[in-house]
Design a protein around this ligand. Structure first.
Ligand code: SF4
Length: 408
């Protein structure tokens, strides 16, 4: 069945009430990912600047967690103090890292400082030494290394995110199956659909009336892919090969009525088998219930061992009911599976900004990754437009514009 936007739960997040706060501690990095939004301009922020941003997010955003990003945040010399300060504020600190500097000792120190978990960015277009010729499936070995190390230390959760390109989209179902096999230690996957600013002589980039040089943007490229992958496409692909997967929540676009910018789902399973997924009613309960009890919405479960309690929602969620049925069927065939713990594993799909006919962009509604910029919040994926040109850039395709004028 094709994905129908109106059958899943619209996440109730907003600018001032959003579970995620995005904090960039540095713009320095030790890799050069193809889909990166950030380039080195200003270096490490001071601890005072960082604390100011954390308090700003706490005051204006009502965050449940703060994603510590960059650049590569583990390159910041005071990263342990940053983690500890966020924790002191009663907020979950999450480290968004490429993992290059992630060694056992560092993980233990981060845990001691109060870290809740990691989102580790690994894909085959990062120019990683020793991994240059590997495809997405081969990089599972690297994911496995980090998942095992962090699991061994315990008490931290791990999500892996990957930018997906037309050339790598085919690997997604196998990546989901790899994550299913590791459901006890991999708490989620996120697929980010690659977007670029094409450098083409027919296209100009402007802030207001002023033409700007888009070559300075890290996401500008002379070799733009011939098509853009959408969240619908990724959903269909997973569904085709992994039928137990289902989506349950979404964030739409700021302009397009049918776009799905964030698509959230969560699978229920044990190490031996995935039984199904949660449905929109459980997602609604998780969001609104968490807000009712804690005053904040929820982005990360924080602990994968929700366990069999998840089946309680089968009273009102037909997807969980189906998963519960599959669980019992499995138990009848293999009674000893009763001792196997049950886990919940999230699957996220993000479709970054799309350019509209008038040159503006369809952004993520209630963007969860807004970050501090000069006393305001801006979408982190486009902050370099502010840093370089003072504001969002519009994209003018001269050929298309002239054609539209002739037609008019
Ligand atoms: S609009 Fe926000 S959520 Fe969407 S891709 Fe950009 S930063 Fe991420």
């Amino acid at each position: 069945m094709p994905l129908e936007k109106n059958t899943i739960f619209r996440m109730p997040w907003s600018k001032n009430d959003n579970p995620i706060g995005w904090l960039e501690v540095t713009d320095i990095c030790n890799l050069q990912c193809l889909g990166c939004y950030r380039q080195k301009i200003s270096g490490h922020k001071t601890l005072d600047e960082i604390k100011h941003e954390i308090l700003f997010l706490k005051k204006w955003r009502n965050v449940d967690n703060i994603s510590i990003a960059g650049g590569e945040p583990l390159m910041h010399p005071e990263i342990m103090d940053v983690v500890a300060f966020i924790k002191q504020q009663g907020i979950k600190p999450i480290m968004l890292t490429n993992g290059v500097k992630l060694e056992r000792q560092t993980v233990m120190e981060l845990k001691k400082a109060g870290l809740a978990g990691f989102t580790i960015h690994i894909d085959s277009n990062q120019g990683r030494p020793q991994w240059r010729e590997k495809n997405e499936l081969e990089t599972n070995d690297l994911r496995q290394h980090y998942a095992d190390m962090i699991y061994d230390i315990g008490g931290l959760y791990v999500i892996f995110n990957s930018t997906v390109y037309p050339s790598t989209v085919q690997y997604i179902p196998e990546m989901v199956k790899w994550a299913q096999k590791n459901i006890d230690r991999v708490h989620g996957l996120v697929f980010i659909c690659f977007r670029t600013a094409p450098l083409d002589e027919e296209i100009t980039y402007q802030t207001g009336e002023e033409i700007v040089d888009a070559r300075h943007l890290s996401y500008a490229s002379e070799v733009a892919p011939d098509r853009n992958i959408t969240s619908y496409e990724v959903y269909d692909l997973i569904k085709e090969h992994v039928p137990e997967y289902e989506a349950s929540g979404y964030l739409g676009g700021t302009w397009k009525i049918d776009s799905i910018k964030w698509l959230a789902g969560a699978q229920i399973g044990s190490k031996k088998r995935v039984f199904g997924s949660i449905g929109p009613r459980t997602m609604e309960l998780a969001q609104n219930g968490h807000h009712w009890f804690t005053g904040r919405y929820l982005a990360y479960l924080g602990e994968s061992k929700v366990g069999r309690k998840i089946f309680l929602t089968s009273f009102f969620d037909k997807y969980v009911r189906a998963a519960h049925k599959a669980y019992w069927k499995d138990l009848l065939r293999h009674p000893l599976h009763v001792f196997d713990p049950v886990f919940v594993q999230s699957i996220g799909i993000i479709q970054a900004p799309d350019i509209m006919a008038d040159g503006t962009a369809d952004m993520c509604d209630s963007c969860p990754d807004m970050t501090y910029w000069n006393g305001e919040l801006v979408n982190s994926c486009r902050m370099d437009e502010y840093r370089l040109f003072g504001g969002f850039v519009t994209v003018i395709n001269r050929a298309e514009k002239e054609k539209a004028e002739v037609e008019a």
